[in-house]
Design a protein around this ligand. Structure first.
Ligand code: HPA
Length: 288
């Protein structure tokens, strides 16, 4: 919100994120090594966290609170297997009126909490006709068409450098682990390029044709700024999209939010099985 976003000026962004991280640490008393952001309809995975401390976003200092149905808005700190994790059940989006600084504030906080790796998930429209509805796709790269960037403004060097590389924004090593685990579980994890738009209107068929020409396989309204901020802080990223619907014009039918949420629920079991098996592997690797 314009008024609220003015509260998060770059100068005090670090202090504000430190305050949030300090509060989370004082309540949860655990140092998460892995962060997980759960997208639309995918929040149920947070129920599998053990020894969970649940922090509603509105209780965490400076945390933005989502207005969208299906985004519960709580941080769950606990364990998956032996691995300490911080799971965001729901996120805020720029289309709600938040600035990209606010959208990425929780990612900053995860970084300050000490996470080394971040799994970012989302619901996406399938542009690539080879994907079926309900497919889980590992993001190999992104195209940011939101017209902005979360690190615009004076650089906060305590988070990271002014200019930073995005060649390996989505770790190929983490993608391979995810793909191998999916194969082990009897299905194929597809890969694709995610294009981010501002929303909240879904796209027109002409836009989807244009995005396909640009090289995009998936379209959504989140993720890229969280990934930009994570890379700014040197956090390794795995991005997973669930194709909740085919993008506009791919099928001759309208898109609606209920369908997006229902597809998320339908594949929840498969999604949970993948993450549950994968997370201990990701943490084991980062010790090397
Ligand atoms: N477009 C943009 N965002 C989305 C879509 C879509 O078709 N489905 C889920 N999130």
């Amino acid at each position: 919100m314009t008024q609220k976003s003015e509260l998060i000026e770059t100068e005090d962004l670090h202090a504000r994120a430190m305050a949030a991280a300090g509060y989370i640490r004082s309540v949860a008393r655990m140092q998460p090594r892995l962060g997980l952001i759960l997208g639309s309809g995918l929040g149920d995975f947070a129920e599998t966290v053990e020894d969970a401390t649940i922090l509603p976003y509105h209780e965490i200092p400076n945390f933005p609170v989502s207005t969208v149905a299906g985004h519960s808005g709580r941080l769950v700190v606990g364990k998956i297997g032996d691995i300490p994790v911080a799971v965001m059940q729901g996120r805020v989006h720029a289309y709600e009126g938040y600035s990209m600084k606010e959208v990425t504030f929780p990612t900053r906080v995860l970084g300050l909490l000490g996470v080394e790796r971040l799994i970012v998930t989302n619901a996406a429209g399938g542009i690539n006709p080879n994907y079926g509805q309900g497919a889980i796709v590992a993001i190999s790269d992104h195209i940011n068409l939101t017209g902005t960037n979360a690190v615009v403004g004076p650089n906060e060097s305590r988070f990271g450098p002014r200019f930073f590389d995005m060649t390996h924004a989505y770790s190929s090593a983490l993608r391979k682990l995810a793909s191998d685990e999916a194969t082990k579980q009897g299905w194929k994890l597809a890969e694709g390029v995610y294009v981010a738009v501002l929303g909240p209107s879904y796209e027109t068929p002409a836009e989807i044709r244009a995005f396909r020409t640009l090289g995009a396989d998936l379209v959504g309204m989140s993720t890229v700024h969280e990934v930009i901020v994570a890379r700014h802080m040197g956090i390794e990223v795995l991005g997973l999209s669930v194709v909740t619907n085919m993008a506009a014009g791919v099928l001759d039918q309208p898109i609606n939010h209920e369908e997006v949420m229902e597809t998320g629920k339908r594949i929840a079991g498969q999604f949970t099985n993948l993450l549950t098996a994968l997370i201990p592997q990701l943490a084991a690797q980062s010790q090397e």
